[in-house]
Design a protein. Sequence first.
Length: 120
Amino acid sequence: MSVVPEDALAAVRWLADGALRGRRWELAHDLLLGCVTAAPDDRWATLALARVAIARGDLRFAEEVVRFARQRHPADPAARLLEARLALARGDRATAHACLQGLGSATARALRDRLRATAP
């Protein structure tokens, strides 16, 4: 349980969302890292932190965050989708395809279509 008041975390999440929308990756990273540190079960902040790490090209950190997200939320399709995005960023098409299996979201379908379109 976090010692940070929920209202404070909500305010930081709101600021992080604005930074994400503005593609201010460094600011978003700092805000989200604070949220995840204060509240490790914060699903939204954890997944957003992984997205930011991938966008920044920090694949090593993204891998750590995705692993953490999968441990905290093993059945979460959004975590599997991020694992697929990370695999694509690394050029690992087989892992990306495996992560997308069974996901029915429009984003998952779009990533599967991209995999098919860029198949060697």
